[in-house]
Design a protein around this ligand. Structure first.
Ligand code: NAG
Ligand code: NAG
Ligand code: NAG
Ligand code: NAG
Ligand code: NAG
Ligand code: NAG
Length: 375
């Protein structure tokens, strides 16, 4: 409606200019000559403020002042549209103008969440929500898409156990769309981007604890070498062109690390403390294993930070807040640890600069069992 009005007024302006150019006299005897005159350069000038009683000048029924205002609005709208278009182009084509951000997807916040937040290190924004709310999901970036893989969801309000989904969706910068689902539904899974493909590792499906590893090249799912034993709530990370799968649980809480070189899995160094629901990232060229839960026989929720140095895990400055089912991502020169659970769901964010942990702007709402990825 608004747009249509603007178009009509623009048409009116065109008409007016045409009339002026053609040298047609502007109407009525009420208008003094001074209202329409010429300036020093010889341009035609309409001075609508000289018209008494509200200052309206009508040319062929067209309100000149309204036209000028509409024109300014139109230019402003056009400028905003061009800016939005430039941002979109930048996002879609990944030109340098586009600044990568941390994306936080889904999770549990009392109920399952479909929320997606973006964080640039200073500020959080809401962005296009997931098509289906879920938690204990995984996320990874392949080519120009942010993929959200598997997870758990609740059917209703009856308190029954969550259902595992095989759904995979991709955000292409603007909208979420479905892509071929996982060959098998998975929750509490891990996913990484490795050798130009997505890898889905570990997790559960109902009471099943599958060891199959799935690989997605952007169009088709295939199977890669399976894990030697089931793992869920583990942390996966790519380091020096190999996948590291750290901790998790399989009935027991695990300290095990397994390493995949693209062909086969081999055992790696065990962490000092067995834990599940931890997270891991590569920061300053080392693997960091962060937070988690040590299980009923351990100390419980962990603030523990371990770093793999050569073949040994060493402890580093612990988190300010112990948390499990947390997420972490590296943006710029900071390692960010976000949300998770410790008695209650957490919104807090901590930033590590290589030496110390400091509070960073919290997420817009608390959550655990979500995924974070830089996109
Ligand atoms: C328009 O008319 C007003 C009132 O006479 C005058 O103050 C103003 O300077 C005029 N503007 C132009 C651009 O001539
Ligand atoms: C994040 O975005 C806000 C708002 O656009 C801006 O003021 C701030 O400088 C940005 N922070 C970084 C680290 O780029
Ligand atoms: C959780 O969310 C779903 C979908 O939004 C809704 O159907 C369900 O009633 C909610 N459950 C509770 C306990 O609020
Ligand atoms: C769990 O993992 C441990 C550690 O490798 C292994 O010894 C054990 O057999 C596994 N248990 C099950 C049920 O897979
Ligand atoms: C991966 O490890 C397996 C078993 O150790 C080995 O046979 C294979 O050559 C390795 N592949 C690569 C690409 O390094
Ligand atoms: C990290 O932050 C701490 C605390 O503010 C500061 O003392 C230290 O110099 C910082 N280190 C680096 C490498 O920026």
């Amino acid at each position: 409606m608004m747009k249509r009005g603007r178009e009509l007024r623009l048409l009116g302006l065109g008409l007016l200019l045409l009339l002026l150019v053609m040298g047609l006299a502007v109407g009525s005897g009420d208008l003094e000559e001074a209202i329409i005159g010429t300036d020093a350069a010889g341009n035609l000038v309409i001075n609508s403020s000289r018209v008494p009683g509200g200052g309206r000048v009508l040319v062929d029924g067209v309100d000149v002042q309204a036209l000028q205002t509409a024109c300014a609005d139109l230019l402003q709208a056009q400028a905003e549209l061009l800016a939005a278009q430039a941002r979109l182009e930048a996002r879609l084509r990944r030109v340098p103008l586009y600044e990568p951000q941390i994306y936080v997807v889904g999770g549990l916040n009392g109920n399952m969440s479909e929320q997606v937040y973006m964080f640039n290190g200073t500020r959080w924004w809401s962005t296009a929500a997931l098509p289906t709310p879920r938690f204990s999901l995984a996320a990874a970036v392949l080519n120009d898409g942010l993929y959200v893989l598997g997870g758990l969801y609740y059917m209703g309000m009856d308190g029954s156990a969550p259902i595992t989904t095989a759904a995979v969706e991709v955000l292409d910068g603007l909208v979420w769309r479905p892509v071929p689902p996982l060959p098998q539904a998975r929750g509490r899974l891990s996913a990484v981007t490795f050798q130009n493909a997505l890898y889905v590792i570990g997790g559960m499906m109902g009471t099943d604890r599958p060891t199959a590893v799935f690989r997605f090249d952007g169009s088709t799912w295939t199977e890669a070498a399976p894990l030697s034993f089931p793992r869920l709530d583990a942390a996966a990370v790519v380091f020096q062109d190999e996948i590291y799968l750290i901790g998790g649980r399989n009935g027991s809480v695990l300290a095990v690390t397994e390493i995949f070189n693209g062909t086969a899995w081999r055992p790696g160094p065990s962490t000092q403390v067995a834990r599940y629901a931890l997270t891991a990232v590569v920061f300053e060229n080392s693997i960091y294993a962060l937070g988690g839960h040590s299980g009923p026989n351990g100390v419980g929720v962990l603030a523990l930070v371990e770093v793999l140095v050569g073949q040994t895990w060493q402890t580093r400055t612990p988190l300010n807040t112990a948390r499990y089912f947390l997420a972490a991502a590296v943006l710029g020169d900071g390692l960010y640890v976000m949300g998770g659970r410790n008695q209650v769901d957490l919104a807090s964010v901590e930033r590590f600069n290589g030496t110390a942990w400091q509070a960073a702007p919290p997420m817009p709402s608390p959550r655990n069992g979500f995924a974070a990825v830089v996109y």
